[in-house]
Design a protein around this ligand. Structure first.
Ligand SMILES: *[C@@H]1O[C@H](CO)[C@@H](O)[C@H](O)[C@H]1NC(C)=O
Ligand SMILES: *[C@@H]1O[C@H](CO)[C@@H](O)[C@H](O)[C@H]1NC(C)=O
Ligand SMILES: *[C@@H]1O[C@H](CO)[C@@H](O)[C@H](O)[C@H]1NC(C)=O
Ligand SMILES: *[C@@H]1O[C@H](CO)[C@@H](O)[C@H](O)[C@H]1NC(C)=O
Length: 440
């Protein structure tokens, strides 16, 4: 297995080198780490069968955007298209009527030409009176019982990080998960001084699943520093058919959060014009969100707030991320610690009053109940791998004015992470709570 993988890797990497211009600019990041997703949401059996191949393809196609895909090795393209994904579900959620107002969004309905029409019929026919929430709490994870109701993922990291995800018992006994004196959930990575292989880490997924609704996550600290790659996201069991919504994600020293959707063929962002979308973030990749057509680049949006990720987020006491999934589309909001809406704190959320979202993928381009279904929420922290390792020598993204290779003086991410456990002291999540709401 190893032999054939390496051979394939050499061939594909060579082909990749021939078609990809060398660039130190990290703006290409969404394309660089595109294929890592391909196996992230895999069904276990698909993962077992294709992990090695997917890994090779990720290396080979890293840096290739949709335009470049046509020039990717034919064998790679064919194999990619034929990857053994799970059998598609045919049942499931029935279609919900989707509003056709292209960029209608509840968060800025006053700016919309059709304010009330942007509300879904299942959520509310009209805007709710100020202060009255149309949601009820379906699941809540906080305090000493935070970790009940999650499954600990123990497979290999599909994104090729230098981590081994461990089970709950191992994570607890080795103090990788705990509840601190403030009652917050801690998830860290192993920080012994030196390791020769992977570092133990944690990836957890809610047992509760949902289709539509509102997900709120309040954290006071997230993993940061060179080599880290934390994420908080949602995904359905049948990927990419049931889609993936990345709410919090970034790497290394990044300071601005990136939210991204990955979906089945047919899902797109109708425009990259942020004014038309009515978002405060910026579109960082393409507008085709189809995982299988764009090397899983997804549709990524970078938040404008320089304290929405990493060290500045932590220094500010963190904040709240919210993902609203209704008939208008999927939106992601970020509120820093000082600007958390009181209705969120009161657990009676009224998104209509939250103003402009960071990111929004309107229903007109991507039916949110067709392309996203049965999602669980996931936290993970990986190290290096396709994204954090892939941009180790790169600059050009907010927070990364200097590359991690320069900052650390170490040539590779893996070498740095394996030999500097003490440098991972900031590589932990501290989460106040996660709430999943459903509409009334
Ligand atoms: C679901 O919605 C999509 C997009 O609007 C449509 O193409 C499809 O035919 C619908 N499926 C059903 C079963 O109504
Ligand atoms: C960047 O990462 C390095 C290495 O982990 C860390 O020492 C430094 O504090 C980080 N700087 C910022 C601004 O995040
Ligand atoms: C972006 O959208 C806004 C609002 O629809 C429009 O006024 C503006 O001209 C658009 N910008 C571009 C570059 O198309
Ligand atoms: C690892 O982290 C723990 C908990 O923060 C800390 O007490 C310990 O000193 C760290 N070890 C190293 C080698 O940095």
């Amino acid at each position: 297995m190893r032999f054939s993988l390496d051979s394939a890797l050499i061939v594909l990497t060579l082909a990749h080198a021939l078609v990809t211009p060398v660039s130190a600019n990290e703006d290409k990041e969404p394309k660089r780490h595109a294929l890592r997703r391909a196996s992230r949401g895999f069904h276990r059996s698909a993962l077992r069968h294709s992990a090695g191949l997917a890994r090779d393809l990720r290396v080979a196609l890293r840096g290739l955007g949709s335009a470049d895909t046509a020039r990717a090795p034919v064998a790679a393209r064919n194999t990619l298209a034929n990857k053994p994904y799970c059998v598609y579900h045919t049942g499931g959620q029935t279609n919900t009527s989707v509003n056709t107002n292209p960029f209608g969004h509840p968060g800025h309905s006053s700016a919309s030409s059709k304010p009330s029409a942007t509300r879904s019929s299942t959520t509310s026919p009209t805007s709710s009176p100020a202060g009255q929430s149309n949601f009820h709490l379906a699941q809540s994870y906080s305090g000493s019982s935070f970790f009940s109701g999650w499954n600990f993922f123990t497979g290999g990291d599909p994104t090729n990080g230098v981590v081994q995800y461990v089970d709950q018992q191992t994570a607890t006994s080795s103090n990788l998960v705990s509840i601190n004196s403030a009652g917050n959930a801690i998830m860290r990575v192993d920080n012994t001084s030196q390791v020769s292989g992977n570092r133990n880490s944690v990836r957890i997924q809610t047992q509760f699943t949902f289709t539509g609704g509102l997900l709120v996550m309040d954290s006071v600290h997230m993993p940061t520093g060179c080599g880290t790659w934390p994420a908080f996201w949602t995904v359905g069991p049948n990927w990419p058919v049931e889609g993936e919504i990345d709410i919090v994600e970034g790497v290394n020293n990044y300071t601005n959060n990136q939210a991204t959707i990955h979906a089945n063929t047919g899902c797109q962002l109708p425009t990259s014009n942020v004014t038309a979308l009515g978002i405060s973030g910026s579109v960082v990749g393409g507008t085709n969100c189809a995982a299988l057509q764009t090397n899983n680049e997804g549709c990524g949006v970078r938040a404008s707030q320089t304290n929405s990720f990493g060290e500045p987020f932590n220094n500010n006491g963190g904040g709240v991320f919210a993902m609203l999934w209704d008939n208008t589309g999927v939106s992601v909001y970020f509120f820093d610690r000082q600007n958390i809406p009181s209705d969120i704190t009161a657990q009676a959320p009224v998104p209509e009053g939250w103003g402009t979202p960071s990111a929004f993928w309107p229903a007109s381009g991507c039916n949110p109940f067709q392309f996203f279904q049965n999602h669980a929420a996931v936290f993970d922290t990986t190290l290096c791998g396709d994204w954090a390792g892939g941009v180790w020598t790169a600059t050009g993204v907010p927070g990364q004015d200097q590359s991690c290779a320069q900052r650390t003086g170490v040539a590779t991410c893996q070498q740095f992470v394996q030999q500097n456990g003490a440098a991972l002291s900031e590589a932990y999540w501290e989460v106040k709570g996660v709430q999943i709401y459903q509409s009334n």
